[in-house]
Ligand binder design. Structure first.
Ligand SMILES: Cc1cc2nc3c(=O)[nH]c(=O)nc-3n(C[C@H](O)[C@H](O)[C@H](O)COP(=O)(O)OP(=O)(O)OC[C@H]3O[C@@H](n4cnc5c(N)ncnc54)[C@H](O)[C@@H]3O)c2cc1C
Length: 480
């Protein structure tokens, strides 16, 4: 029989008064079984009547464990973390599920790809985040769907998990928009695995070209970045530094000065959602770093050795980085509701699913509308974390029999870095910053937002080291 996360979830230590902690099925022997029966007696006497199945030997038994509402949180990204943190002191039992055992700080994954930071600096162990949260249980597992009628979550290799309340924060994934060859040959940049794979690929291409210089004419030193949003701009800027400083010294036999870093974007300007003065500054700053821009153009085909543009031009390259689009996590499709743009799940003003006040959808997977402005909110970490927290508050209100409240996003500003001493910041109220001040603000904010003191310390050391020495010691290729 498949193991049941539902039964395990209801068997952990419960801080409910009069409710003694249980052990999981695997460790239950004869004496433990006796203790279980005593617990059942106590619990039943206290009138706590929720069911959990406990495997004892080969048997499965129905036991009474806790009457607290069971909140299941899917995804431990910004939305899931926000929700979990807010609910950790509430009178509920939480099961948190993520396919990884770490939380990813996506805004800095491009620095893993460009050898500036270690993967462990932008990924933080989820279990570490939960040490002080007695009512949360974490499972590393893959969610495959949600059954809204049965109020269960489908999990690969496990029995369905029952919930009283559900928060869906499964994020988004790369969208290749059906461009031929992109899925097979382009390098997306949305997860830590993507970043590690991209760094490995860049190093392998350089090593291959060093052995066989004819690959240079084949485009081995060229990188095409698809998408001129913050991810594309930040990645291209970081690559110019990596090539012009580190690789120039690492590969003295290669003509690194011939390397081309190219951004292709369908729009007329870089950083589409930013103000025009910041877009213009970004264009000038990134071109000053040597990045070629192909605006109002598109990559229409990717092969292992070139990218074809809509304009008809073919760029020889072995590295196409896809930073151009997202679509909602496919689990959204299992909800059976009409999905919005990019497969996002439309939600009510309080972030719940229409007709299902017990289900909340937050972050990149959701299509939430700002109660103040009526605008669809962007797929940003700040939106995700605020939405997760708001969904948690609404669940607490609902548990207490109160009405839920609409979600209002507090925009604290947006920013993007371009390269050394160059960044753009757009603050609420229309204030904008550029240059060194913006760059320092970008560094300070990202350092403060990174998860965990150790990650912050390690980013500070790596950034300072690179700032003063121009060296990135993370440019090693580990074979797995
Ligand atoms: C390169 C990059 C740079 C960015 N820079 C910024 C920035 O500077 N500022 C900003 O505000 N935002 C930025 N963003 C956007 C921001 O990171 C996202 O909006 C935010 O991560 C969304 O949070 P989320 O919780 O919805 O999803 P995510 O953070 O993506 O979390 C989803 C979680 O669900 C898990 N999961 C997915 N599928 C499954 C499954 N089937 N089963 C189990 N678990 C699953 C994943 O492992 C993940 O932990 C950036 C994004 C990227 C990709």
């Amino acid at each position: 029989m498949a193991p049941s996360l539902g039964s395990i979830a209801l068997l952990r230590s419960q801080p409910t008064p009069g409710h003694r902690p249980h052990r999981e099925s695997g460790g239950i022997g004869r004496r433990a079984g006796f203790r279980f029966q005593a617990d059942i007696f106590l619990i039943a006497r206290a009138g706590r009547l929720l069911k959990a199945r406990v495997a004892r030997g080969n048997e499965c038994k129905e036991l009474t464990v806790s009457d607290r509402p069971h909140v299941v949180i899917l995804g431990c990204g910004f939305g899931g973390v926000g929700a979990c943190h807010r609910l950790s002191k509430a009178n509920v039992d939480i099961t948190l599920i993520d396919k990884n055992d770490y939380h990813t700080f996506q805004p800095l994954i491009y620095q893993v790809a460009t050898a500036e930071l270690d993967a462990s600096t932008v990924g933080h162990p989820i279990r570490d985040l939960l040490h002080k949260h007695d009512n949360v249980r974490f499972h590393k597992a893959i969610v495959s769907g949600v059954d809204l009628e049965k109020k269960t979550v489908q999990i690969e290799g496990s029995d369905p998990l029952k919930y009283d309340y559900l928060i869906i924060g499964l994020g988004a994934q790369v969208n290749f928009f059906g461009v031929p060859g992109a899925d097979e040959h382009a390098y997306p940049l949305y997860t830590i695995e993507h970043a590690v794979r991209l760094k490995k690929h860049i190093l392998e291409v350089l090593e291959a070209a060093d052995k066989d210089p004819s690959l240079v004419d084949d485009g081995a030193l060229n990188v095409v970045v698809v998408g001129g949003g913050p991810t594309g701009v930040e990645t291209a800027g970081a690559l110019t530094d990596l090539f012009s400083v580190e690789f120039a010294q690492d590969y003295p036999n290669l003509p690194i000065d011939k390397a081309r870093i190219i951004i292709v974007d369908a729009g007329p300007a870089l950083l589409g959602p930013f103000k025009p003065n910041l877009q213009e500054y970004t264009k000038q700053a990134i071109e000053a770093l040597g990045v070629e821009l192909h605006l109002q153009n598109q990559v229409v085909e990717v092969t292992p050795s070139h990218a074809v543009l809509k304009s008809g031009e073919t760029i020889p390259t072995h590295t196409v980085i896809w930073a151009a689009g997202l679509k909602a996590n496919p689990v959204a499709q299992s909800l059976g509701v009409e999905l919005g743009r990019g497969g996002r799940v439309p939600v009510e003003a309080d972030l719940s699913l229409a007709g299902h006040p017990e289900v909340f959808v937050v972050g990149d997977i959701s299509q939430a509308t700002d109660a103040k402005t009526g605008q669809v909110l962007p797929q940003l970490g700040s939106v995700g974390i605020q939405a997760g927290t708001h969904a948690a508050v609404n669940i607490m209100k609902s548990v207490d029999g109160k009405s839920t409240e609409p979600f209002c996003y507090h925009n604290k500003g947006t920013m993007a870095t371009i390269g050394r001493n160059a960044a753009v910041v757009e603050l609420p109220g229309g204030i904008t910053l550029t240059g060194e001040l913006a760059w320092l603000a970008w560094g300070a904010v990202h350092l403060a937002l990174l998860t965990g003191a150790e990650s912050r310390a390690s980013a500070l050391v790596d950034w300072s080291w690179e700032l003063f020495t121009h060296q990135r010691s993370k440019r090693i290729d580990i074979e797995l």
